[in-house]
Design a protein around this ligand. Structure first.
Ligand SMILES: [Zn+2]
Ligand SMILES: [Zn+2]
Length: 221
């Protein structure tokens, strides 16, 4: 009889571990799926819930919950049968980035104010921070908070570098009005939270060409 109870308790332990694993696995997968959905919306502008359900082999209800959560976070806008990127209609189409020439998206816009009332726009904080580093005459800079869309002063904003969500230039840089928002986003999408100066230094380092040393030079033939 004791052997039976021992076997049963072992069974229960294994079951609860399995349950923990399944819960963990499902949570992981849900956040991965949401990352991919956001990427699709960024690329195509619109997604259909039925297409996503087929692609991920999950129920429409699951996709509906994904879109619901992304909409709650302000990352997408739900429309009949699917979702679109938020406020696409209001996006200016003619403005291009001063750094790379890509179209400036309202969602990730970065504006540099020069002393003579000139404004320079960048497609995303990646280009914006590079631009800011190269324009010492800039008097101020604003960036769109990624969650709420408000323009915030970059000096008090925080930046999330290298998250899984690449909407524009790589490595991806997203701007948040505060550390709490950035932290919540980081929990799902990874990346590193940095202040303005840290992010600038990090990007400069990342984008710099390797130093050419005299000894390793290869002669051109
Ligand atoms: Zn750019
Ligand atoms: Zn960009």
């Amino acid at each position: 009889m004791q052997a039976f109870w021992r076997a049963l308790s072992r069974h229960v332990i294994v079951q609860s571990d399995l349950l923990k694993f399944v819960t963990y696995y499902n949570t992981m997968f849900a956040s991965e799926r949401r990352t991919i959905i956001l990427q699709y919306i960024a690329d195509r502008g619109r997604v259909q819930a039925s297409d996503l359900a087929t692609e991920f082999a999950v129920s429409r209800m699951t996709i509906h919950r994904d879109l619901e959560q992304l909409a709650d976070e302000g990352l997408v806008e739900k429309v009949f049968g699917g979702a679109v990127s938020p406020r696409t209609s209001a996006e200016p189409t003619s403005v291009s980035c001063m750094m790379c020439g890509m179209r400036v998206r309202q969602r990730t816009t970065f504006v540099l104010q020069l002393g003579d009332d000139t404004q320079l726009r960048a497609c995303c904080p990646h280009c914006g921070l590079m631009l800011l580093s190269s324009r010492t005459e800039a008097t101020s800079a604003l960036a769109a908070d990624f969650l709420h869309g408000r323009m915030v002063n970059v000096r008090s904003a925080v930046f999330l570098l290298g998250s899984d969500l690449t909407l524009c230039c790589t490595p991806s840089v997203l701007c948040f009005q505060n550390r709490e928002d950035a932290g919540r986003f980081q929990a799902g999408f990874g990346g590193e939270i940095m202040s303005l100066t840290m992010a600038q230094a990090h990007l400069k380092n990342h984008m710099a060409l390797p130093e050419v040393t005299g000894t390793s030079e290869v002669p051109v033939t």
